[in-house]
Every structure is written in structure tokens, then in C-alpha cells.
Design a protein around this ligand. Structure first.
Ligand SMILES: Cc1cc2nc3c(=O)[nH]c(=O)nc-3n(C[C@H](O)[C@H](O)[C@H](O)COP(=O)(O)OP(=O)(O)OC[C@H]3O[C@@H](n4cnc5c(N)ncnc54)[C@H](O)[C@@H]3O)c2cc1C
Length: 419
């Protein structure tokens, strides 16, 4: 299935943003000021940026979304084919547009893309594609954005929505620069086809690594091994029809120790002991791990694949030597292909690092409706990884950010957004 196939009531739309782009780009090197002054610039046309733009528009605030790729939802266009939201359809909708029932409970990747296209059209968002913002600078009470083609765009506020999973991260393993085998990052993985019959090592047991390993095992790879540094918490997507996401929402504000104990009880009741296969239960609690930034793995096939011996668990990768991969237990293996599911960097440093608004992990010091003290009018959305579901949090933050911006710019009457 491709992203452009009409399905489920959301037909392929005339792209509002493309025509706006040509109007914008051909006539104005600088963004035109609205009667109320400069627009609010939103950087990034993923779900986070689109939701903020729609919420601003609903309050009468002009928002212009700048997107470096050529379409909305670039991250979702690039994800692997079999991906579905592991958060429910209902709890993943953005403000002002439900996801159609026909999408089912677990929305397919291509339907997420279709939804985002429809979202932009429905809310008549001003989106300029093909424009990357390189640097944001303060200019009195306003902000200046340095963007593609030497543009200098002045905004009265800026919302950074460039994504938690921005730039693929591959560890600096010793010997990697001399490794002669095939190595790619999980972002490049689309489907198991190219790996048919091959011996594949997937590195990293986050949600992405776990699902890619299962996909390869089900899709005809000759041998699949999954390299694990820290055993994760593995949870079922649903238990007796109850989605894990709802539990995540309920326990989110409970004390860490309590959630750790509840998580251990639920794990014993809900997921089998995989110790014999190299995946013992973690000795650190689920909520404690969340605080350290590690989200639980939602099982979408890994447990069955491991128990069936279709995915072998091996020690973490330590180094590369010639054509071999050296594992933490000293084992040396020579897979045909290595897929590094080793995460992403926020990569906010070039954009806003000079503004003193990032912590030592490169994350914004303030999030959602709060601006960093040093940078009033600069907002960030999408830079947390909540157990309650990111789409849900993006939707909540969009309303809060829009309310705050509308208030500080003297607007604030929200008109109802049609559903
Ligand atoms: C594999 C995977 C599965 C996920 N599944 C779920 C799920 O089931 N449920 C859930 O709630 N969350 C899920 N998430 C988490 C999250 O909801 C998504 O990553 C979501 O796309 C985040 O939205 P965003 O708008 O913050 O970032 P993105 O969707 O990444 O959008 C950022 C946009 O900004 C653009 N951009 C970046 N830099 C610039 C720049 N300098 N100038 C202009 N444009 C720029 C990018 O091209 C991109 O279009 C998943 C994430 C991943 C990686």
C-alpha cells in the first residue's frame, strides 16, 4: 500500500500547502505581516506542528508552518511499512479532527499520513514546504528565523516542532569506520524483502528494534539476532481488550515506587518469563526506567518470535573488527547485515543551542506552554517521550501553547474547531 492510495473516507487531498508554498515563495522573500503584526512561525509539519498551527488558527492567530521536506508528516512517510500506532485511534487524534472509525483501533502508518494530510486541509493551514530553518535568533521582542535560500523570517513567536526522533544516532563503536559489512540505521528500514535469506543482526531492543526483528523473522530473513544492552520492560499492547496506553495515562502521575510495583505485578500476570531465551525481567522498575528516558517495549510479535526461536537474543555490540561484530560477552559474529535501532538525537543545537535553552542532554529546558526564561515567545512541543502516548500529549500541548500565545498577543477567543 502506498501513502497516496485513497482509503477509509480520507481521500487524497488537493494539497493546500503546495499551492500556498508557490504563492508564498514566488511573491515574498519575507513572510508578509498580518494586520496584527508578524505571524507565529511553527517549525515542522509533523503532528506536533500541525496541531499547534490548527489551535492557533482557531484562536484567530496567524500561524505559518515551515517544513523542510516536500509534504506534511515526513517522519510517518519514512517509517517502516508494517508500523501501526501503538496508541489507540481515539487517543491519538489531534485537536479538531477525529480519526475515522474505518482506520481501526491500531491505525496503519499510511493512514496516519493520510490523516495528517486531511488535517492540514481541514484546518486550512498555511504550510510552506521545502523550507528548512537553520537558526533562530532573538530580534527585540520578535524572532528571526534563518531559513533555506537565505530567507530571514520575522515572527512574533516561534514554536519548535522538529521532532524527538530527528537525526538517526549510531554509537561510536570502535572499528566502525573500518567495518566492511552492510550497516544501516533503522530509519532506512522499510520491509524485510531485501533481507530474505540473510543473517541479520538488529542492534537495540527499543520499540523499533523489537518490531524490526519480529518483522524480519516473519518476513523470510535466514537468521535474526537482536543485540540487547539493557533488558527492557515488555508490555502487551492490550490485556483483555484494555490498551496499555490507558494504563499509562492512569498511572502517569502516581509515585514512581508505586508504579514500579504495579508494573512488576502486571508483567508477571501478562507477559511470559523469557529468561531462558536471554531476556530476564528487568531489575529496575518500569516507572524508574521511564524517568531515565527508557519507554517500555510494546509487544507486536517479539515475544512469539523469541519463544519460537526465530529471534535470538545476543549480548550488546562492543566493537567492529574487520568483517566481524564483537559482542559484550566476547562472542564474535559475522552477520550479512547489521541494522542499528539505536535511537535518534534531537539535534536542536544548531537551531537554538546558542540561546541557552537546552539542557545537558540537548533537550529544551522548558516545554509546552512555558517558554525558557531567557527566550520568551519561544516554545517547544514534542520533546518528551510520555507513557501516555505522544500524539495525545502533542494534542494537549497544542491547545496550551495556542492559549498562551493568544493571551500574550491580545487574542484568545477560541472558535470551535469542527470535528
Ligand atoms: C517508529 C515510531 C513509532 C511511533 N509510534 C507512536 C504511536 O503509536 N503513538 C504515539 O503517540 N506516538 C508514537 N511515536 C512518537 C511520536 O508520536 C511521533 O514520532 C510523532 O511523529 C512526533 O511528532 P512531531 O511533530 O513531534 O515530530 P515529527 O513527526 O518527527 O515531525 C517533525 C517535522 O519537522 C520537520 N523538520 C525537522 N527539522 C526541521 C527544520 N530545521 N526546519 C523545517 N522543518 C524541520 C521534519 O521534516 C518533520 O516533518 C512514534 C515514533 C516512532 C519513531
Amino acid at each position: 500500500m502506498t501513502d497516496s492510495q485513497p482509503k477509509s473516507g480520507l481521500t487524497e487531498t488537493h494539497s493546500v500547502y503546495t499551492s500556498l508554498r508557490s504563492a508564498f515563495m514566488s511573491t515574498t522573500p519575507l513572510a508578509p505581516s498580518s494586520p496584527a503584526g508578524h505571524p507565529v512561525y511553527v517549525i515542522g509539519a509533523g503532528p506536533g506542528g500541525l496541531a499547534v498551527a490548527a489551535a492557533l488558527r482557531a484562536r484567530g492567530v496567524r500561524a505559518v508552518v515551515l517544513e523542510r521536506s516536500d509534504a506534511v508528516g515526513a517522519s510517518w512517510r519514512a517509517h517502516y511499512d508494517r508500523l501501526r500506532l501503538h496508541t489507540t485511534r481515539r487517543l491519538s487524534a489531534l485537536p479538531g479532527l477525529k480519526m475515522p472509525r474505518s482506520f481501526g483501533r491500531w491505525v496503519a502508518r499510511a493512514d496516519v499520513v493520510r490523516y495528517l494530510e486531511k488535517y492540514a486541509e481541514k484546518h486550512e493551514l498555511e504550510i510552506v514546504t521545502g523550507v528548512e530553518v537553520f537558526r533562530v535568533e532573538r530580534a527585540g521582542a520578535d524572532w528571526v528565523l534563518h531559513a533555506t535560500g537565505g530567507r530571514r523570517l520575522t515572527g512574533r513567536a516561534v514554536v519548535v516542532a522538529t521532532g524527538f526522533n530527528h537525526t538517526p544516532r549510531v554509537p561510536e563503536w570502535p572499528g566502525l569506520d573500518r567495518y566492511e559489512g552492510e550497516l544501516s540505521h533503522a530509519r532506512e528500514y522499510r520491509h524485510p524483502g531485501p533481507y530474505a535469506g540473510k543473517d541479520v543482526l538488529v542492534v537495540g531492543i527499543g520499540n523499533t528494534g523489537a518490531e524490526i526483528a519480529a518483522d524480519l523473522a516473519e518476513g523470510g530473513a535466514g537468521r535474526v539476532r537482536l543485540a540487547v544492552r539493557t533488558v527492557p520492560h515488555i508490555v502487551r499492547r492490550t490485556t483483555a481488550g484494555w490498551p496499555a496506553q490507558r494504563t499509562g495515562i492512569l498511572v502517569r502521575r502516581l509515585p514512581t515506587g508505586l508504579v514500579d510495583r504495579m508494573g512488576a505485578l502486571m508483567a508477571r500476570a501478562g507477559t511470559p518469563d523469557l529468561s531462558a531465551y536471554g531476556l530476564p525481567r528487568p531489575d529496575t522498575g518500569l516507572a524508574t526506567r521511564m524517568r531515565e528516558g527508557a519507554v517500555p517495549v510494546q509487544d507486536v510479535g517479539l515475544i512469539d518470535a523469541v519463544r519460537a526461536g526465530k529471534v535470538g537474543i545476543v549480548a550488546a555490540v562492543e566493537a567492529f573488527e574487520g568483517g566481524e561484530v564483537v559482542l559484550a560477552d566476547g562472542t564474535r559474529i559475522a552477520p550479512d547485515a547489521v541494522i542499528a535501532a539505536t535511537g535518534y538525537r534531537r539535534a536542536l543545537e544548531p537551531l537554538v543551542g546558542h540561546l541557552n535553552v537546552l539542557d545537558d542532554r540537548g533537550r529544551p529546558v522548558a516545554h509546552g506552554p512555558r517558554s525558557p526564561r531567557e527566550a520568551p515567545g519561544l516554545y517547544f512541543t514534542g520533546f518528551t517521550n510520555p507513557i501516555s502516548g505522544m500524539f495525545r500529549e502533542l494534542a494537549i500541548d497544542a491547545e496550551k501553547i495556542a492559549r498562551r500565545i493568544a493571551r500574550t498577543t491580545g487574542r484568545g477567543q477560541k472558535r470551535e474547531m469542527p470535528l
